[in-house]
Design a protein around this ligand. Structure first.
Ligand SMILES: [Zn+2]
Ligand SMILES: [Zn+2]
Length: 295
């Protein structure tokens, strides 16, 4: 059984201090989710109404997810098949098309993003197309960005990573590996899904959002298998999220337990439960992989 933790009051207050209340009108008038992005948006709307400390980032995420859906739709028709492998550099037509779409994304982030993200977006807008193209091309091939502008660009590129993954041939099962079988990047989060009488664990890629099965009692960071070194925590506000830590490599990953809340979404609920990351950080565990916008 996971050990129940009280959410750290000081962390929640610190986080709440720079956020504002949601302005959504509720779910009753929302259309049913009919795409992965609509499902994430719907869940983010729901979570923002319940967790005021996460309302600002969720409100921005909703804007981003809406943009990402439109970008995915455009790229799926504009960029020809077959797409190249997910782990190679962008070709000229990909790079050119993405650069065209980066400007409206920066405009969105400049208008709706929390500071200092909005300021960073305005700065990037002013640096011109060549710098923006270089940023897109260099971010596409890194295993994980190292700074805020990298994560902002990474978020922009995510729909294309999803599109290329959907066009890629299904790789061999790599359930023994903690890296994405499509793009070789680390998982941002894990999920538990009902399987038979129990639950199976999967990891979710931080970039192309592929999901692949992975054993339950093993650290995705270092491979530690001794369960006494793999403490699990949760909090009453997020009783469907397992905070899985490793005392060997001092990392943590959140597992969204879909057997406890079938409406949860790995992306939206990861954002909504940021206080768990703050608690983990305060107790010496770093996030295995930063998620959306480097959170
Ligand atoms: Zn991936
Ligand atoms: Zn570990």
């Amino acid at each position: 059984m996971p050990e129940t933790i009280p959410l750290p009051q000081e962390s929640s207050q610190m986080y709440a201090g720079r956020l504002f209340a949601p302005s959504f009108s509720g779910l009753d008038n929302c259309p049913m989710a009919n795409s992965p992005w609509q499902a994430r948006i719907r869940r983010a709307q729901h979570a923002s109404g319940r967790h005021s400390f996460a309302a600002e980032i969720l409100k921005f995420y909703i804007q981003v997810a809406d943009f990402q859906e439109g970008l995915h739709r455009r790229l799926s028709t504009v960029l020809p098949l077959p797409a190249g492998p997910l782990d190679s550099e962008l070709n000229d037509s990909e790079s050119s098309e993405l650069a065209t779409q980066f400007e409206p994304f920066l405009a969105l982030a400049a208008t709706h993003g929390p500071e200092p993200l909005a300021a960073l977006s305005r700065e990037l807008q002013g640096r011109g197309r060549t710098v923006q193209s270089d940023l897109i091309n260099s971010t596409w091939v890194v295993s994980s960005p190292s700074d805020a502008q990298g994560f902002l660009t990474w978020t922009f590129l995510q729909p294309y990573a999803e599109l290329k993954r959907s066009r890629a041939s299904v790789p061999q099962s790599h359930s023994a590996r903690a890296l994405c079988p499509f793009c070789d990047r680390r998982p941002a989060v894990a999920v538990l899904r009902q399987m038979g009488d129990g639950a199976a664990r999967s990891l979710v890629c931080c970039f192309c959002l592929a999901e692949w099965e992975f054993r339950r009692i093993i650290c995705a960071g270092c491979g530690e298998e001794n369960d006494r070194k793999l403490p699990v925590y949760n909090a009453s506000d997020f009783d469907y999220i397992r905070l899985e830590c490793c005392d060997t490599c001092k990392t943590h990953i959140k597992t969204i337990d879909l057997t406890r809340d079938g409406h949860a979404d790995p992306i939206a609920d990861d954002l909504a439960s940021t206080p768990l990351d703050l608690w983990a950080r305060d107790h010496g565990y770093a996030r295995l992989q930063q998620n959306f916008l480097g959170l």
